[in-house]
Design a protein around this ligand. Structure first.
Ligand code: FPP
Length: 280
């Protein structure tokens, strides 16, 4: 948080927004559906790929701001398993952009102590993309600041299928060994691509569509949703800070009744929790 304030010139319009953020209640994990690149380009009578190119600038600003704020994890939806249906030239441009991005962003990642990772069916990506990803993953593996995940060839259902396959395999081995087969929520979470990371607290979607588009289906069970009309290439630091401020105004109840102050009848006995259901 302090790093962001230090980076902002005195009197910069974003200073007021940054100061309004409570550093003690930052979302630990922010996930973003970066949408609207094509519409951004269309409005300017440009080819769709110009929108993707312009979107890279928004990626850079978002990553840097999250690192400066002290957010623990940021997951960006860069390419879905369904995006292969797009024209081949567009898909190839996206791979080229990713390569350029990974090549140029390493100094920024090192400067901000960012640990880079990728989630999705990475084995199906072109070899040159995988090589570039592996290199940045290796170079940043000892960094301890923001965990930046790019979701590439990612699908939420595909992820759950992969996790269940791994779980069944492990459970059969365990059953043969101990005669018991443990399948619970923790066992599934531990086999998702995001194993070991906190679930997203805040899911941002740009361009106004009210959909989750197969993104982190399991992990966003209790995420706060924030949809902005802004198209992804126009998403900037001020927009991100606004989204975090909006998140900090929410009353997160996780299925319960929230803060004690909003419970009108304190005399009501709490319901007995069914056995095996953890408190949330
Ligand atoms: C959705 O906009 C965006 C994508 C499918 C790709 C996202 C890619 C970038 C932001 C740039 C490259 C990213 C990195 C990390 C280098 P859309 O094309 O569906 O927009 P539309 O709904 O307006 O057509």
């Amino acid at each position: 948080m302090q790093r962001l304030l230090e980076d902002l010139a005195p009197g910069h319009p974003d200073c007021e927004l940054a100061r309004a953020i409570d550093p003690a209640r930052l979302p630990a994990h922010i996930a973003i559906i970066m949408d609207g690149n094509g519409r951004w380009a269309k409005r300017r009578h440009l080819p769709r790929v110009s929108g993707h190119r312009a979107g890279v600038q928004a990626v850079r600003a978002t990553v840097e701001t999250c690192a400066q704020l002290g957010v623990q994890a940021l997951t960006l939806y860069a390419f879905s398993v369904e995006n292969w249906k797009r024209p081949r030239a567009e898909v190839e441009t996206l791979w080229r952009l990713l390569r350029v991005y990974l090549g140029s962003e390493l100094p920024l990642m090192m400067k901000h102590d960012i640990r880079f990772g990728a989630i999705g069916r990475l084995g199906e990506l072109p070899a040159f993309v995988r090589a570039e990803l592996d290199q940045v993953i290796r170079r940043t593996e000892n960094n301890r600041g923001l965990r930046l995940n790019l979701a590439i060839n990612y699908g939420g259902r595909a992820e759950i299928v992969d996790a269940v396959k791994a779980l069944v395999k492990d459970a059969l081995v365990e059953e043969a060994r101990s005669g018991r087969m443990e399948i619970d929520e923790a066992a599934i979470s531990a086999r998702l691509y995001t194993a070991g990371m906190a679930d997203p607290d805040l899911l941002i979607r740009t361009s106004g569509e009210m959909r989750v588009s197969n993104f982190l289906l399991w992990q966003i069970a209790y995420a706060e949703l924030y949809v902005t009309q802004t198209l992804w290439p126009d998403f900037n630091r001020a927009e991100l800070l606004e989204a975090i401020l909006d998140y900090q105004r929410r009353d997160r109840r996780f299925g319960g009744l929230g803060r004690p102050a909003v419970i009108e009848d304190a005399a009501i006995e709490p319901a007995v929790e069914p056995a095996g259901v953890p408190a949330r």
